[in-house]
Design a protein around this ligand. Sequence first.
Ligand code: 5RP
Length: 225
Amino acid sequence: MPDLEEEKRSAAYAALDLVRDGMVLGLGTGSTVAYFLEGLSKKISGGLKITGVPTSIRTMETAVSLGIPIVEKWGRIDMDVDGADLIDRSGNMIKGGGGALLREKIVAHSSDTVVIICDSSKYVDSLRKAIVPVEIIPFGAEATAEKIMSMGCTVSLRGEGTYRTDNGNLIADCAFSRIEDPQALDSDLHRIPGVVDTGIFARLADRLLLGINGEVRTVAFNRRV
Ligand code: 5RP
């Protein structure tokens, strides 16, 4: 059985080797990123100077507690370091398991380089079958969920509708049994009124650092944006 926690930690620490003095870093969200923040904090104590852009309140609070300087307004981000729920061989991802997909996508799109850190369970041949988190506004949420369901998935509102994102919205977890084209599905979902954004990050990764079999494998992608 792979030690997934060790894989996460080793992938996160490998990302630290890419950090340079003076960088503005996108700080993703999740348990893998937590290891990156821990390592970053140690480097800052050793004299490294960086600024972080957190993708969630949770990451912001962790960063502050670890002495990582943060900003919420930025001109340009040198490198975004984030996790993923799934990532395929083309760099398509499903994100939003931790509910931070909207801010994560904004930060990824603002970044010169997007580095994804994962354990081996997240790396898949394709995203064919997946639960896609979709951020929707509370007004008319049931009607929005009905429209999403007509696209061939089952939908459950996270926390039976009680969960709120950092932006005050809901997450509809949409179980698709077959995704042919992630980019097209993302575009179709965006056409439904009430949908704010989706957890489909179509070819948004530049580089994957994958913890696997006691080592960290690097996979490079051609990012679309
Ligand atoms: C949060 C995310 C996370 O990056 C994703 O859920 C992976 O989390 P973890 O590192 O805990 O497995 O998209 O919205």
